[in-house]
Design a protein around this ligand. Structure first.
Ligand SMILES: [Mn+2]
Length: 310
């Protein structure tokens, strides 16, 4: 999976640090899902999907669920269908995750599958998470650029997060079986050269602000009822400018609230493994896997055939 690299070497030298292209990472891998089966999934209301069309340097975004008519009206070029959480729906896609056993399983977020026509792309952008981009069918040209941050200028005229400026520093055409690892923050732009299927194996990366928000809900739920108290006061501190001692005191009290291994280990385990789609909790794995059986929609052909992984 990592080519010539050992898992040790990959984690030490590349993970969360720099991109890595791995040719023939999964040579001879046959996709367990076709483009038309992916389109079938995107008709379901429980499935998170997006359709992105690129037209002369602009991108339009539509959210699923889609109808057969939506697919019928599409041109032959310049669009991409993206479906999130395909590992939840297709057991063979979930099985692929065993290849990533060199990483903690709870770090995994989901497998997004994209089907693109020639010219299809979601534009130059960066993500906040680690991702392995596995080329499964067809060719996609990937360009990568500079490291980005929240300061990096983004276009404000697009429904998608698109970089205002993008300069390619490296470029590769990925063939079936090739895989590109990208750490968080690296500018990238993937454009389909031919009809292609790409699997994006993404990892969780909550913001610290989200973590603190969730942790504070946990503290309230547990009835943590310690209140703010003043540091030792002197009359000189009675000014309208807040004296540094108050700041130190506030930091100290916040730190006391969270400096608790039992609290953090329980909360962190729950927070990091929380289901991405709580509305699917009611559905059994079997019900989820059954949902795409019997569906094969694309270019208007709906065939009542059972889903047979190839
Ligand atoms: Mn991306």
């Amino acid at each position: 999976m990592l080519g010539d690299l050992s898992a040790d070497a990959f984690l030490q030298r590349y993970w969360q640090q720099k991109p890595l292209l791995i040719r023939h990472a999964l040579a001879n891998y046959r996709s367990p899902i076709s483009g038309d089966e992916l389109a079938g999934l995107a008709l379901e209301s429980e499935v998170e999907s997006r359709l992105v069309e690129s037209q002369g340097g602009d991108w339009t975004l539509k959210h699923g669920p889609f109808t057969e008519e939506d697919f019928l009206g599409l041109p032959e070029e310049d669009w991409t269908l993206l479906v999130q959480g395909v590992d939840l729906w297709v057991p063979e896609v979930q099985a692929l995750l065993s290849q990533f056993a060199f990483l903690p399983p709870w770090r995994l977020d989901d497998v997004m599958v994209s089907f693109a026509c020639p010219g299809g792309s979601v534009g130059p952008h960066f993500d906040q998470y680690d991702v392995f981009l596995l080329q499964v069918e067809g060719q996609r040209r990937w360009q990568i650029g500079a490291a980005c941050s929240s300061e990096t200028p983004m276009r404000d005229d697009s429904p998608l997060r698109i970089l205002k400026e993008f300069e390619a520093e490296e470029e590769w055409v990925l063939e079936p079986g090739d895989m590109l690892y990208l750490p968080p923050g690296v500018a990238h732009w993937g454009v389909a050269e031919t009809e292609c299927l790409t699997f994006s194996i993404g990892f969780r990366s909550p913001s610290i602000a989200d973590m603190l928000g969730d942790l504070s809900v946990e503290l309230m739920t547990q009835g943590y009822d310690v209140h703010y108290r003043d540091p030792a006061l002197t009359p000189a501190m009675a000014s309208s400018n807040i004296h540094q001692a108050f700041i130190d005191q506030a930091k100290q009290q916040l730190w006391q609230a969270i400096n608790d291994d039992d609290l953090i280990s329980d909360w962190f385990a729950r927070f990091m493994t929380a289901t991405k789609y709580p509305e699917l909790e009611e559905m059994t794995e079997e019900e989820r896997h059954a949902i795409i059986r019997g569906r094969r929609y694309f270019n208007g052909d709906s065939v009542d055939e059972s889903f047979e992984p190839r």
